[in-house]
Design a protein around this ligand. Structure first.
Ligand code: LMR
Length: 327
């Protein structure tokens, strides 16, 4: 009896010691942008919230500026367990689903409010599951902003872009969009864009005010056309293996922290789309070109036919649902 009691006590002590001494779960969060961006601030807030609420249980290591992985490698790395969370742009999932190509269709959304409305709709929420068959779980959307066109020469009408080389994200829709302009699209990692522009290996690129500002593209691109022709948003993702392996209470707390961090990131996105645009104008380094309605109509006329090319892969009903969010 005494022996039994002693061994039970020993087991309890061991369990307790294990719980106290167990290594924390580590979440490596890899991203490619600067810290002072919607995604950078979201990731840092997520780390702060998790480490405050799950102190000793979960540790978050954030790797900004492509320090750990570029976006073209990060999803592979996630499936191998080398990184647990990331938030690639919605343009970078084509190896895992064709459905998210929806977000790249030019002139689909008028503004971020329409993007938000669609993302929160049942169809938008359903898309967060689009990569699950490939082992990747979408935990939420995060905004960056509407894309603008920057170039070495003024772009006022589509013909101005002819024969120019543009860096694009790894998206076939974006490639088709620039081919429609009779321009030359080049799929390149985000980390290479500044040097490609600076050395004039390419003539232009498309990105948000926040990315153009934080990565100093405006210092090497004399013209930016305020085209708002597409959206650059993110899906925050994790691997199904990691996520489903978390204890239930930890998973719930991590998700709650993420939702709060995303809310902050979205607020930053709205603020930066105004503030970073203004900072670029104030710098005097790049001229911001505002399109006249008749000029804008020409870009729409040339780019919008791209929708038809991808209707089969994305689904017409989904495109219609997204477009309806503009109303
Ligand atoms: C890009 O490659 O231009 C963007 O996806 C970078 C980012 O994550 O905002």
């Amino acid at each position: 009896m005494k022996y039994r009691l002693l061994s039970m006590l020993a087991v309890s002590v061991m369990v307790l010691a294990n719980a106290v001494l167990a290594d924390p779960i580590v979440i490596k969060f890899s991203h490619v942008v600067a810290e002072n961006t919607p995604k950078g601030q979201m990731a840092n807030k997520f780390k702060a919230l998790v480490e405050e609420r799950l102190a000793g249980k979960v540790k978050v290591e954030v790797f900004p500026n492509s320090q750990l992985f570029g976006d073209n490698k990060v999803l592979e790395a996630m499936l191998l367990g080398d990184v647990q969370m990331a938030a690639p742009s919605l343009s970078k999932f084509k190896r895992y689903t064709k459905k998210l190509q929806l977000f790249d269709l030019p002139f689909l959304f008028n503004d971020l409010a329409a993007v938000e409305k669609f993302q929160q709709s049942p169809e938008g929420q359903q898309l967060l599951h689009a990569t699950e068959k490939k082992g990747i779980i979408g935990l939420g959307y995060l905004h960056n902003g509407m894309k603008q066109l920057s170039a070495s020469k003024p772009l006022r009408v589509p013909e101005d872009a002819r024969k120019l080389k543009f860096r694009i994200m790894s998206s076939d829709v974006l490639a088709a969009q620039f081919k429609a302009l009779d321009a030359m699209p080049l799929k390149k990692p985000f980390s290479e864009v500044f040097t490609l522009l600076q050395t004039k290996a390419i003539d232009g690129q498309e990105n948000t005010w926040s990315n153009i500002y934080s990565k100093k593209f405006f210092e090497v691109q004399p013209y930016i056309t305020e085209s708002n022709h597409g959206v650059l948003d993110y899906m925050v993702v994790t691997s199904a293996e990691f996520w489903n392996g978390l204890p239930d209470d930890v998973r719930a707390e991590v998700k709650k922290a993420l939702d709060e961090a995303i809310a902050l990131g979205n607020k930053v996105a709205y603020e930066k789309s105004v503030a970073d645009r203004q900072a670029i104008i104030d710098s005097g380094r790049s001229e911001v070109i505002t399109l006249k309605p008749e000029e804008r109509a020409k870009w729409v006329a040339v780019m919008k036919p791209v929708w038809k090319q991808f209707e089969g892969q994305i689904g017409k009903e989904l495109i219609d649902a997204a477009y309806a969010a503009n109303q």
